[in-house]
Design a protein around this ligand. Structure first.
Ligand code: ZN
Length: 308
């Protein structure tokens, strides 16, 4: 039983319109689902991914309108890493991000920058046989596009506290340098711990809420059981409609989710029109007339290129 890499990463935004603009117009991802937070249907849950809404490429945001910026500390993810194909792609992105994001560091293999709310983002040139998970965008050549996640990097007070769970229960493979590979039959990624800053972390806009790893539908219950047997306190399996979820906090405090590969985002929408209208899970559909007019107005991410 192995996880098929990272499933999705969920963050908090205080500014949903700007968030849509940055992740779709600038980074070129596709808004594949526009729905509400199932724990608070008055605010959005936005999902950006490749063209098909694949697990492994899916960055999602809970909207907390006007939320203050947070700051990552121990037990929080501070950087999200996507794969790109080549150093040329890094050149392309370094130019494209000018005036859109603050670039922090550029090397032959990496480009580090921050999104408008301060979360650490990184593009890395990675040689892999994993399928590139790419979205279409008129200004971004396919060969330069983001190809899905490579890694998340988190702060830990004491990485050793998590080792047993990671290696004996979750099947993470250590590389001896504070990183673990999370690889299944088709796809893999990395989870890394780095020493935490002295200051405590503060949740808020521009911070990561949780990271989810991919489970097959068949293995999902067994994973939940295995996490419980390891002494964690996993939630029961929760039906999130687009996938099923189990949540628990690993020993350093990072909130993990185990999410199923499927049913997926095309379960309630035509794959050609993902994310164009507000999707409500069946349990919320009867509230549409109250929910929809009260939500923040968002730009239409592909409105400008419908002419083609
Ligand atoms: Zn999640």
């Amino acid at each position: 039983m192995r996880f098929e890499g990272i499933h999705h990463i969920t963050l908090i935004t205080g500014d949903a319109p700007r968030n849509v603009d940055f992740y779709t117009r600038v980074l070129g991802l596709r808004l594949v689902k526009k729905t509400v937070n199932q724990d608070d249907p008055t605010v959005y849950h936005l999902f950006y991914a490749d063209e098909r809404g694949s697990a492994g490429s899916d960055i999602t945001f809970f909207e907390y309108p006007g939320a203050r910026r947070g700051r990552p500390g121990a037990g929080m993810v501070h950087t999200i890493v996507w794969r790109v194909a080549s150093e040329e792609a890094l050149d392309f992105w370094e130019q494209r991000l000018e005036g859109e994001a603050s670039v922090i560091e550029r090397s032959a293999e990496r480009l580090r920058f921050e999104d408008p709310e301060g979360i650490g983002l990184e593009l890395a040139v990675v040689a892999t046989d994993d399928e590139p998970l790419v979205a279409e965008h008129p200004e971004i050549p396919r060969k330069h596009a983001l190809q899905g996640f490579d890694a998340v990097r988190a702060y830990a007070a004491d990485p050793e506290r998590s080792r047993r769970l990671f290696e004996e229960s979750l099947g993470f493979e250590p590389d001896g340098e504070g990183r673990w590979e999370v690889r299944g039959e088709r796809r893999g990624g990395w989870f890394a711990f780095e020493p935490a800053p002295a200051e405590r972390g503060v949740g808020g806009a521009g911070t990561v809420h949780h990271v989810a790893f991919s489970s097959t539908l068949e293995d999902h219950n067994a994973w939940q059981q295995r996490v419980a047997e390891a002494g964690m306190q996993p939630t029961p399996v929760i039906d999130r409609f687009y996938f099923r979820s189990v949540y628990f906090r690993e020993p350093n405090g990072v909130l993990f989710e185990l999410a199923t590969l499927g049913p997926g985002f095309a379960t309630d929408e035509d794959p050609a029109h993902l994310g164009e209208r507000l999707s409500l899970p069946p349990a919320f559909e009867h509230l549409r007339e109250q929910i929809e007019p009260a939500l923040t107005k968002l730009p239409d991410p592909r409105g400008a290129w419908k002419v083609s």
